[in-house]
Design a protein around this ligand. Structure first.
Ligand code: MN
Length: 714
């Protein structure tokens, strides 16, 4: 375990201006927070964040990143809170720790996901600051180094698979090749131990046979290059078992057939020297066809630059050679982190290196030279996307601004068509809410629900929009068909003709209509009149004067009212289910509020309902709504009144007579208390609005057998 002073020393070595006091405080804070927690290895838990910080010092990362590494598990695994971290270490570190914590939570959620590519994009999109991702990778690296201590084999394999599918490719994408190689090798050992062992055994056999082959080839290459005037540092290594295994898989060959298991690196001072070294090597040794690649003139998307070639080398062995400048080598090894190394060379003065990834990308975009290593186009692309989870952990990727309705349609058209509400991270939210990265979305559906035209105003995906439009068109067509049918029926009736499908089928072609319903729709839409259809079926009718056909304009004019009737309440979320509360029985004319209820949509209460007190500290569930005064009467609502009635013959009779006289209809009656002298009872009455109910109450008060009448509240 690294000691406190060692860690601080390391940081001070490459950054003399680092805040030593802050690092010491982070060390102590984390150690105290983790307290007696233990790792699976039996080590104190604190050894883990400390090792993670140690890994990051190898990449010479700034003090904030090192402190973040020390603190990275405190919010998730201890009693420490983010506000506490902010008050002790400031906003920047709190933000970084928060970022790492969020990634760790995603990790938990993603156990079942098989969409590795989407998950990698999600991690990139969520790591708004690249340092968050660097801490996460170092965290994973240390967890992999200690993987063997986890006793459950299934868990070990899951972690190894996830590393192989998610974290190793991520490390590669941001150019951290050393971390990528180590992650892959440990995961490979867990997932394919036999394959790895046999490759290692074979490598050992070759070593035993050939002696120090790598050393001899390195020396000869180095000497020859220097003799030819190229100042080069040559290093050689065996390829990693996993990269050998991959090549065997890709080319479908056995280990014996795979000849180049050694790779050599030639590091020089300038790009000119790269090509001079290449010229010498190609002139001196037989070239293996098809192996030459020039990543200097065309760098890889992650910024990697090098010349690659394959030759039959000094010892008659097939070898791979990578030629690059020392600067390119740094970038190849350190990836994104090399950014800090170069910045550091230029001095640590302005703190510009600590910016959000977005800004880092801007700098990179406008800079030329060796710093242009980030896969910036791709990273930027992900910033326009949002990635959300289904309850089963599947990832759905959508354009930024997508809503639960888009999500529902992305899951399945049927889910979209029938969605009534959405739970985002377990809370009922409006369907128009913009989703954010990592949200878990559960769509509430109802068979009775159909797509609402209002959804079209807020959806952003093409699929959702197309489905909603299609449905609206279908619905419109159904309306046209119904309207057309009644127009045609009326036209026929007025002339005392029977309307038969058969008669209409005979004239379909003259109206260019494939079916009878299409013909009705054409009439409903106003393209032809009922009279025209009648004339086509009975040409002799043509002579008669046009009867009083249904005016289309009139039929159309009736429609807005119909539409208003459908929305008696303003301020509702389109598509959400609506209930009237059973406690206060709101009536048209009452002041009302909506309460959004998980899984149930909106419940409407009167503003003075006692039940509302229970929601006083949940303002996010309150919905400001009002009756739509422009809407037509939308039918009867149930009002509830409580009464005290004298227990005497005929009193119940007079009660029901009074209500009936006032056009109320008793829907339910319940006697709550029955004493010798009185009944106390609750009556539910169907009324038009609050005024109607008041009239009934007034009439009841005037009835002698009734002692008191109140509207029931809550
Ligand atoms: Mn950790």
């Amino acid at each position: 375990m690294i000691r406190q002073f060692e860690l601080v020393e390391r940081v001070k070595q490459y950054d003399p201006t680092a805040d030593e006091d802050m690092l010491n405080r982070a060390y102590v804070f984390s150690m105290k927070a983790h307290g007696k927690q233990l790792r699976a290895s039996g080590d104190p838990y604190f050894s883990h964040p400390l090792e993670v910080a140690g890994i990051l010092t190898q990449y010479r990362l700034d003090a904030s990143t090192i402190a973040t590494a020390l603190l990275h598990d405190t919010v998730e695994d201890t009693l420490a809170t983010l506000p506490e971290i902010e008050s002790h270490f400031g906003r920047e570190i709190a933000r970084l720790v928060d970022g790492v914590t969020k990634l760790s939570r995603l990790e938990l959620q993603s156990e079942q996901t098989t969409q590795a590519e989407n998950f990698r994009k999600l991690l990139l999109a969520m790591s708004e600051d690249i340092r968050v991702l660097l801490v996460k990778l170092a965290d994973r690296l240390h967890n992999m180094r200690t993987l063997a201590h986890i006793t459950a084999p299934e868990k070990r394999r899951r972690i190894a698979r996830e590393t192989m599918e998610i974290y190793a490719p991520l490390a590669e994408r941001i150019g951290m090749h050393a971390i990528k190689d180590e992650l892959e090798d440990i995961a490979f050992a867990e997932l394919q131990p036999d394959a790895r062992d046999s490759i290692l055994a074979r490598l050992k056999f070759l070593r035993d046979q050939g002696g120090d082959l790598i050393g001899r080839i390195t020396q000869e290459l180095s000497r020859n290059l220097v003799d030819n005037g190229v100042d080069a540092t040559v290093s050689g290594r065996e390829k990693t078992p996993y990269s050998i295994w991959q090549k065997m898989q890709q080319k479908n060959i056995t280990f014996e057939q795979l000849s180049d298991v050694m790779a050599f690196r030639v590091a020089v001072d300038s790009i000119g020297d790269c090509y001079r070294a290449l010229g010498f090597i190609h002139g001196r040794y037989p070239v293996v066809p098809g192996r030459f690649k020039d990543y200097i003139s065309t760098p890889k998307p992650n910024g990697y630059k090098s010349l690659h070639t394959g030759v039959i080398g000094p010892e008659r062995q097939r070898i791979e050679i990578q030629i690059r400048t020392r600067e390119m080598h740094e970038v190849a090894e350190f990836g994104v982190a090399a950014h800090w190394i170069y910045k550091q060379g230029a001095g640590w003065r302005d703190g510009r290196q600590y910016r959000w990834l977005r800004e880092l990308l801007d700098i990179l975009e406008h800079a030329s030279g060796p710093e242009e290593f980030l896969e910036h186009t791709k990273l930027e692309m992900f910033q326009d996307q949002v990635f959300c989870f289904t309850p089963k952990g599947e990832i759905i990727s959508m354009p930024r601004g997508a809503t639960p309705v888009d999500f529902a349609y992305a899951v399945h058209s049927q889910v979209g068509d029938h969605c009534v509400g959405a739970k985002i991270n377990g809370r009922m939210m409006p369907l128009r809410t913009a989703l954010t990265n990592g949200d878990q979305v559960e769509i509430v559906t109802s068979k009775a629900q159909t797509p609402s035209p209002t959804w079209e105003r807020f959806v952003v995906t093409g699929k959702a929009r197309a489905r909603i439009r299609r449905f609206v068109r279908m619905q419109q067509r159904a309306q046209y068909t119904d309207l057309g049918r009644s127009i045609v029926q009326k036209a026929f009736r007025q002339e005392d003709h029977d309307l038969t499908e058969k008669a209409l089928e005979g004239v379909l072609s003259s109206f260019n209509a494939p079916t009878v319903d299409d013909l009705y729709a054409i009439v409903g839409e106003g393209l032809h009149t009922g009279r025209e259809i009648l004339n086509a079926v009975f040409p002799s009718e043509r002579a008669k004067k046009p009867a009083n056909v249904v005016s289309l304009a009139k039929a159309r004019a009736a429609k807005p009212a119909e539409r208003d009737m459908a929305v008696p309440i303003r301020g509702l979320i389109p598509g959400m289910a609506v209930h009237f509360a059973g406690c206060c029985h709101p009536l048209r004319g009452d002041r009302i509020v909506g309460i959004v209820t998980t899984g149930k949509g909106v419940t409407i209460h009167t503003i003075d309902c006692d039940t509302l007190e229970g929601f006083a500290d949940m303002p996010e569930r309150w919905l400001d709504i009002a009756w739509n005064p422009g809407a037509e009467d939308d039918g009867l609502h149930v009002g509830r009144i409580s009464l005290v009635v004298a227990n005497e013959p005929g009193s119940l009779g007079s009660l029901s007579t009074v209500i009936a006289k006032n056009l109320g209809n008793i829907a339910n009656l319940k006697i709550t208390t029955r004493s010798r002298d009185f009944f106390e009872m609750l009556i539910d009455v169907e009324v038009r609005d609050v005024k109607h109910l008041s009239n009934i109450i007034a009439a009841l008060r005037a009835t002698p057998a009734i002692n008191s009448v109140e509207r029931a509240r809550g």
